[in-house]
Design a protein around this ligand. Structure first.
Ligand code: KG4
Ligand code: ZN
Length: 357
């Protein structure tokens, strides 16, 4: 196998059209030669969320240009590629199909290996692009669609330790933002508003804090935010609610991370004690500081991807492609997109399902 693999990554699972070229470095990390992300925020703003058909149409319009731009910016020729990796799930089928099909077409026409990537594996391995991390590590994946603690034992080898039983964390941020009149996606704006508010002003619930292991729940918190949003007296109280919400999230994450660390250490000997945090919500600086604190308390090394690799991008997809290719996990051009694709297929489906503790 060639020493420094070069992969093209393609991502269209939701509302970001992205392409990237990544080259492996001799020390095992990656060099991002290009990373083009075109967000569709403006297309979906007025609807308060992602509209699948609109998203798919925007992907179709943009994907070719984005890929050409990524290849041009990387300075490589297509013939230098060692493989093409495209997100195949989980996500919106109409969106996934766009990136997946073009990825297959490029791979087929160039006669290069094709790799179908699980978007969540992209997030899970993304911190390895810029950090030398050894398996196994503890991962907290916090994005718009997922909130999970996972034991990452290797590429394609995940054990779920805990998950949200209702809303994902990014979803909770976006819904709170909507109630405060902030446009979608409101997560980043909540972080800004929180800086201007009093975090001790409203007392909000922390569902299943002391039960359910490292499973999490945000639905009750969302209901409390809804009720509180109706009695706000002025602008200042809006900032106070944003701050109190973020503080409550931080307290939940602090406690649940401690439980997850305990479970992680119990499951295996000889742990490296790396605590990796990935996904869009990991760009929140207050959450980063909070999780750095808990890592310090429990002697874990906290690792965050750079901010531009936290939210959806194709560099993480190209990287997952490189990692999978190295252990021979090459896919067939017949691979179909999957709306649902858990990293740990043995873990029970939880969202909305009554959980028995
Ligand atoms: O990983 P991601 O880009 O897409 C998914 O795979 O879901 O995550 C998007 C989510 C959105 O819910 C967005 O509001 C949230 O991440 N997010 C944030 C911040 N930046 C993005 N939430 C809180 N604070 C932020 N700074
Ligand atoms: Zn994502």
């Amino acid at each position: 196998m060639k020493e420094k693999l070069i992969f093209l990554g393609i991502e269209t699972s939701c509302d970001e059209t992205a392409a990237s070229v990544v080259r492996e470095k001799a020390d095992g990390t990656g060099e991002i030669l290009s990373n083009i992300v075109s967000s569709q925020i403006d297309e979906h703003k007025e609807f308060g969320g992602v509209v699948p058909e609109l998203a798919a149409r925007a992907h179709i319009e943009k994907i070719e240009i984005i890929i050409k731009k990524a290849v041009k910016e990387s300075g490589i020729n297509l013939s230098n590629l060692d493989g093409i990796a495209a997100t195949a799930g989980p996500g919106l089928i109409v969106c996934l199909t766009v990136g997946l099909n073009i990825g297959k077409a490029i791979a087929g026409s160039l006669n290069k290996p094709f790799l179908a990537i699980n978007h969540l594996e992209g997030h899970a391995l993304s911190p390895k692009i810029s950090n030398k991390i050894k398996f196994p590590y503890l991962l907290l994946l916090i994005s718009g669609g997922h909130t999970q603690f996972l034991e990452v034992n290797g590429v394609n080898n995940y054990k779920r330790l805990g998950t949200t039983i209702d809303d994902a964390l990014g979803e909770a941020f976006d819904k709170t933002a909507k109630l405060l009149g902030i446009e979608f996606p409101g997560g980043p704006k909540i972080e800004q508003w929180a800086k201007k508010g009093d975090e001790n002003y409203f007392k909000l619930p922390k569902p299943i804090l002391k039960i359910g292991g490292c499973n999490l729940s945000f639905a009750g918190l969302k209901t409390a935010v809804l009720k509180t949003s109706k009695i706000l007296k002025n602008e200042k109280e809006k900032y106070n609610l944003a701050a109190s919400f973020q503080k409550t999230i931080n307290e939940i994450l602090y406690e649940k991370t401690k439980v997850a660390m305990k479970v992680f250490l119990k499951n295996k000997e000889n742990k490296n004690k790396f605590f990796v945090i990935a996904g869009g919500v990991a760009s929140n600086l207050s959450i980063r500081n909070n999780l750095t604190e808990v890592a310090k308390e429990k002697n874990f090394t906290p690792i965050f991807p750079p901010i531009n690799l936290c939210s959806d991008n194709a560099a993480m997809i190209a990287w997952a492609g490189i990692e999978r290719y190295k252990i021979n996990l090459i896919d067939d051009l017949k691979f179909s997109s999957k709306a649902r694709w858990p990293l740990d297929s043995s873990a029970p489906f939880m969202k909305g399902a009554g959980l028995k503790f």
